[in-house]
Design a protein around this ligand. Structure first.
Ligand SMILES: C/C(=C\COP(=O)(O)OP(=O)(O)O)CCC[C@H](C)CCC[C@H](C)CCCC(C)C
Ligand SMILES: O=C(O)C1=CC(=O)c2ccccc2C1=O
Length: 298
C-alpha cells in the first residue's frame, strides 16, 4: 500500500497547516549566529543555544498561528483549507494558542537575558516580534503592501543572527553581520516563493505581494538573481578574509538552488505545479545555512 493511500486527507491538511519543515527557518539563524560566535571566541554555551532554538521555534509558531487568525479576518484564506482557523472553526482558540506560544518563546528569551544579566537579547527579539506583527496584524498588514520580504530579511537575517551571536558572547561582530546576509536572503526567498501560487487569491483580497506587483514572469527571473547571489557573496567574503574557507561548503546546496529556479521558471503560471516551490526553497535554505554554519565550526 502506498503512503498516499494510507494518509487521511484530514491528516494531510493538518500537516500542511503545521508545516513542520518550515521550522528549520527559525533554527538556522540561531545556528549560524552561534557558529560565528564559536569561530571567533571558542565560546559555545549549549544551554543558551538549546533554549534559543526552542524559543525561536515557539515564536515562529506564534507568527504562523496568528497569520491564520489575521488572514481569516480579511477573507484571503477563504480557499485555504489548511488554515488552522478553517480546520478547527474556532478562531478564538487558535488566537490564544498563538499567544501561549509567543509567551512561552519570550520566557525562553527572558531566561537567556537573565543568565547573561543583560536585557539586550530581549530587545532584539521583541523587535523581531514587532516586525512579525506589522507584517500581518491590523492595522498595519504590511505584507499586503508587498513589504513582507524586506521585513523577513531583517528579522531572520541581521536581527536574529545578531541576537544569537550576542546570546553567546555579550558582544557584537561584523562577521556575524555579514553572515546574517547569507541567512537572510534564502529565508526571504522562501516567503517570495510562497506567493507564486496565490496570485489569484491575493489579488481578490487586495494583497499586493511582490509576485502580484511584478507578475510571475518577472518574479521568476528575479528569483534567479537572488538565489544565485548567496554563492558569490559567500565567495567574496571568503576572499576578503571575513569568512573561513570552509563556509564554501554551503555551495553544496547549489543543486537545490538550480532545482528551485528551474521549477519556478517552468511552472510560474501554473498554481498547482508551482505551489511546492516554497518547500524546495526550504531545502535550499536548510542545506545552505547548515553547511555555512558548519564552515565556521570546523
Ligand atoms: C507567517 C509567514 C508567512 C506566511 O505569509 P502568508 O500570509 O503569505 O502565508 P499564507 O498564504 O500561508 O497565509 C512568515 C512571515 C515572516 C515575517 C515576515 C517575519 C517574522 C518575524 C519572526 C517573528 C521572527 C522570528 C525570529 C526568530 C528566529 C527569533
Ligand atoms: O507558510 C508560509 O508560507 C511561511 C511560513 C513561515 O514561517 C515563513 C518563515 C520565513 C519565511 C517564509 C515563511 C513562509 O513562507
Amino acid at each position: 500500500m502506498t503512503t498516499k493511500q494510507v494518509s487521511h486527507p484530514k491528516t494531510k491538511l493538518w500537516m500542511a497547516a503545521i508545516k513542520p519543515p518550515m521550522y528549520s527557518v527559525a533554527i538556522m539563524p540561531i545556528w549560524v549566529g552561534t557558529a560565528v560566535a564559536f569561530a571567533e571566541t571558542k565560546i559555545f554555551n549549549l544551554v543558551v543555544f538549546s533554549t534559543f532554538v526552542a524559543a525561536a521555534i515557539l515564536i515562529l509558531a506564534w507568527e504562523n498561528i496568528s497569520n491564520d487568525v489575521f488572514d481569516s479576518e480579511t477573507g484571503i484564506d477563504q480557499n485555504k483549507h489548511h488554515s488552522l482557523v478553517n480546520l478547527t472553526g474556532n478562531k478564538r482558540l487558535i488566537f490564544w494558542l498563538g499567544n501561549l506560544s509567543l509567551i512561552s518563546g519570550l520566557l525562553g528569551i527572558i531566561a537567556i537575558a537573565t543568565w547573561q544579566k543583560d536585557p539586550t537579547v530581549i530587545w532584539i527579539i521583541l523587535l523581531c516580534c514587532g516586525l512579525g506583527y506589522v507584517y500581518q496584524g491590523p492595522p498595519f498588514r504590511l505584507g499586503y503592501q508587498g513589504l513582507g520580504e524586506i521585513i523577513c530579511f531583517f528579522a531572520f537575517g541581521p536581527l536574529a543572527v545578531t541576537a544569537a551571536y550576542y546570546s553567546q558572547t555579550s558582544t557584537w561582530s561584523m562577521t556575524s553581520l555579514a553572515a546574517s546576509i547569507i541567512v537572510g536572503i534564502p529565508t526571504t526567498l522562501i516567503l517570495f516563493c510562497s506567493h507564486f501560487h496565490q496570485v489569484k487569491d491575493d489579488i481578490a483580497a487586495g494583497k499586493r505581494s511582490p509576485v502580484v506587483r511584478l507578475g510571475t514572469v518577472k518574479a521568476a527571473q528575479l528569483l534567479y538573481w537572488f538565489t544565485g547571489s548567496i554563492y558569490p557573496f559567500t565567495l567574496l567574503f571568503v576572499l576578503l578574509g571575513v569568512f573561513p574557507s570552509w563556509t564554501l561548503l554551503s555551495w553544496l546546496s547549489l543543486p537545490y538552488a538550480v532545482k528551485l529556479c528551474r521549477h519556478v521558471q517552468q511552472n510560474h503560471y501554473l498554481p498547482e505545479k508551482v505551489s511546492n516551490c516554497k518547500f524546495i526553497a526550504v531545502k535550499m535554505h536548510f542545506w545552505s545555512c547548515l553547511l555555512f554554519g558548519l564552515g565556521f565550526m570546523i
